[in-house]
Structure formats: structure tokens, C-alpha cells
Design a protein around this ligand. Sequence first.
Ligand code: GLA
Length: 374
Amino acid sequence: MLAKRPPMGFNTWNTFGGDINEEIIFKTADKMVELGLRDAGYEYLVIDDCWSEMERDPATDRLVPDHIKFPHGMKYVADYVHSKGLKFGMYSDAGVYTCAMYPASFDREYLDAKTFAEWGADYLKYDYGNKPDDIRGDVLYRRMALALRQSGRDIVFSACQWGCDEPHQWIRSAGADLYRSTGDILDSFESMKKIALSQIDKLCCAGPGLWNDTDMLTVGMHGNGNVGRGGCTDMEYRTEFALWCMIQSPLMIGADLRKLDETSLALLKNPHLIRINQDEDGRPPYVLHGAVDEENFTLCKLLTDNEIAILMVNLTERTIKMRFLMEDMGIPVHTRLGLAMTDAYTGENLGVKREIFFKDIAPHDSACYLCRIK
Ligand code: GLA
């Protein structure tokens, strides 16, 4: 199993779009180490769309890295990324062209998988743009899954079909390690909210070996870059990060690491939240309280070693006195048991609470706790 836990890393798309090059990748790799992100678990550095020439090599039929963006080729880039103790990710697409109209892997799956393996790729994001109409998507993903297995290298297979064709029903059997379940995220609260709410009824469709990818994080973008759309407040980024951690999405940073602010960096490195995301059991959370259409809800996730994570989320425009009953978690009042609670955002120990827990949660805010039965 290549993805026992949700992959963590960085992807170029949210900030750089097509404006990528060797220097940006090298600098990002340096920053992942310098900022302590690698040591916090962010290991994959993934190059997204727009990395290649517009034509394949006529002699070999292989994809060719853009000679201006990547003058020394991709193996050179991968070697640098590996030298930093990181893993290297590439991008292609199941269609004839990528979403940005660069050549893609349809009918060249085995050749391209071999090329990526020779370059030293450890991860492949595989998009769904410009897919031929006459062949089913599941067949195309199966092809690349097998091609990667044949490539001679362990390459995590990150399927990216935006939730089209009900991927949670078939993508595991096709051989992917994670699957994009939503359209593209933009750096705005509304976009994050829409994505989060769209997955609340599919929380059970993720676990060790197959993760529900709710797209790259926008934490720390503050409206800048390719998907920058007004940005979010620090509080909204915290809600996004906690949600992605609870629902076990891959944690792929999208902000420009050369300019990352301290608050966002601390959030991305929050050890309690990362522990929730990376918990080895990989059990999905359940909705403990609240109706999804009310846009405020509480998620509960059983962790290893008898810990329980709880996330209360208020995506509405008004402050809400949120509450949950321990009875609903499986702790009846007659047991006289309660929860020893630690605030996952601050690390503060809140002592033991019993029966019912209340908290006023401001619009767009959330509260997250690590608990043990006491
Ligand atoms: C699609 C994907 C994005 C990104 C772009 C690149 O829109 O969903 O994540 O990879 O293509 O063109």
C-alpha cells in the first residue's frame, strides 16, 4: 500500500499556475526544509500542469520538459528534490491534452509512466481534462494504474476527476491511492465551504490506501496567485485546515512558501491537527450533531490509542451556540463518564467535561478538540 496515510506536500497550481520553472521548484524545496515543513510531514513536491513542451519528441514519442522552464530536464529537478529528503511529483492527464492544453497521456500511458519513473517521480497527479468521449473514465484510470505498477518504481497515483462519474464508487478498485472529489478550489471562504459541504455525505469513502482529495489547501495564500480570489481570514484558513485534517484529505500546500506568513506556517505545522489527519487507523469521522443544510455541524473521529477528535464548525453568517451530547457519541449519562478535552488549536488543557458541551462559535469559525474518556 503506497498511501497508508493521506499524502502531505506542496503543489504548484494554486500559486503558480503555468508560471513554473526550475528555480521555483528548487526554492520551494529549500523552503519546505527551512520552514520545518518537511519535518512536520510535508514530503511530496508536486509539479502541476504546464511543465512540458507543446509537442512530444517526434523521435521517441516521449513527453519533453519545457526547455526554458526546465533547461536541465526533469531528472535534474527530481534529483535536487530528493537531495532535500523530499519526494517528487509529476502531473499528466487521462485525455489527449491536459486541462491547459499540453500533451497528455491518453494512449501513451505505459510510455509516460516509464518516463516518469526514469525521471524519479514518486507521485503522479492524473487529471481528467479533454477525455475522449468514446472510452470510459474508469478504464482510463485503470490503464494508468497498471502502467505505474509496471514502471519499475513506486509512484503514488493521485486521480483527479473532480468528483465526476461518482469516483468514490470505483476509483479504489481501479488502483488509485487518492481521488479528487470536487471541482477546483479557489482562495475564498465560499469556495472552501462549498467543497467541504459537498463531501459531508461521503465521509466514509476514505481510509488507508485511498483518500478523498478535497483539493490543495489555500491556507496562507491571502488572495495571491493563480487561484487567489480575495483570500480568507486567518480564522477561515484555520477552519479549512481543520476540516481537511478531519476528513482525511491529503494536505497539499498551495501558498507561495517564499512569502508564507507566520500564522499560516504555525497552522500548517499544528501537530495536533496533523496527528488527526495522519492517524494510522484512518477512520473517517461521522457527523455527531447538526444538519448539513444548516451549515453548522460537529464531526467526531475515533483515533488510535483511544483518543477522539471533535471538530465543531460554523459555516454560517451568525454566531451560534453550538453543542454536542456525549450520549450521541456513545457515552450515556448513567456511566458518569466524561471527556478530558484538549484544545487542538492552542494545546490548552480544558479539564474533564460531562454530558453536554457548549461553545459559542463565531461565523466561519470552528473549534477542535482531542479527547479521552474519563
Ligand atoms: C484541473 C485540476 C487542477 C489543475 C488544473 C491544471 O483544473 O483540477 O487541480 O491541475 O487542471 O490545468
